[in-house]
Design a binder for this molecule. Structure first.
Ligand SMILES: [Zn+2]
Length: 290
């Protein structure tokens, strides 16, 4: 009895959320930023030249984002565990194996499709896809968005599809992007996604060959930069520590210097995507930043 009533209440709530989201979708006059929770990733601080004493939380968040703009809908990053491969409910500790056979563990959040739906969107509504970089914990549901225009730096694209892809990938998660006719290969330092300067992919290579960050200019929140993996822990930024597994430490260092100048110049906030402490405090979809 109770269960039936609860189920009915939940069904009504999710219907209202979908209706609100769908209504909003056609009417945005300035960008909106939705935050999706991709679960909690087990970590080792030594991989970032830190100790557990340097950080508030050893575990890392996994996040992906939807930018809804009057001219399109951009998905930024695609999670660590694909909806189709989930081995259990929310909280289940999922084991994943990278291309180099290293294993990783992620505690599951709700499925991405459910979080998208709560915001009023389906994968088919996504018009543009960009991945901060090719590591497995950013690509899990990439194939779901193969219909969208994929914006990818040339060097990143080349590395993803070379004969022996990088060890930190799971190539099967992005294989559908390989022959997509909707690929836009980026070579410039900046790519203005919708042409009005409010959503800009910025080159920040070094972590991978073509690593990028995303600048989003929001009317009320102000400027936000989604970090990709330019940093993982805030302590990397304050103590100036680099991960041990960069493709080019010199390039990462240069990208960090350039980004810090950009942040000062634009007064934008840096959102470190893997910072679990900060991520917990963010509003999650269906709430949004505008
Ligand atoms: Zn990552």
């Amino acid at each position: 009895m109770f269960c039936t009533a609860l189920r009915r209440a939940l069904a009504i709530l999710s219907f209202v959320a979908v209706a609100l989201g769908a209504a909003a979708q056609g009417t945005v006059s300035s960008p909106r930023l939705y935050v999706f929770d991709g679960g909690v990733l087990a970590s080792e601080t030594a991989r970032y030249r830190l100790t557990d004493a340097d950080v508030e939380e050893v575990e890392l968040s996994v996040a992906s984002y939807l930018v809804v703009h009057p001219r399109g809908v951009l998905m930024w990053d695609a999670g660590a565990v694909g909806d189709a491969e989930r081995g259990g409910p929310v909280g289940y500790e999922q084991r994943l194996v990278r291309h180099d056979k290293q294993e990783r563990f992620v505690k599951l959040a709700p499925p991405l499709a459910a979080q998208l739906a709560a915001a009023g969107y389906e994968p088919a509504d996504v018009t543009h896809l960009a991945l901060s970089h090719y590591h497995w914990d950013h690509t899990a549901d990439a194939n779901t968005f193969a219909h969208a225009q994929w914006l990818v730096p040339k060097l990143e694209h080349d590395a993803m599809f070379r004969a022996d892809p990088p060890g930190g990938t799971r190539p099967e998660t992005y294989s559908a992007l390989r022959n997509s006719s909707r690929t836009t290969v980026l070579t410039a330092a900046e790519h203005d996604v919708f042409g009005d300067g409010s959503v800009v992919i910025r080159q920040a290579s070094g972590h991978t060959e073509g690593h990028t960050v995303l600048y989003v200019k929001l009317a009320n929140t102000g400027g936000v930069v989604l970090s990709g993996d330019l940093y993982h822990y805030p302590a990397e930024r304050t103590l100036n520590r680099l991960p041990t597994f960069e493709v080019s430490e010199a390039e990462t260092q240069a990208a960090r210097t350039e980004l810090e100048q950009f942040l000062r110049r634009t007064n934008a906030a840096l959102w470190i995507q893997h910072d679990l402490v900060a991520h917990r405090k963010l509003k999650k979809a269906p709430e949004y930043y505008d």
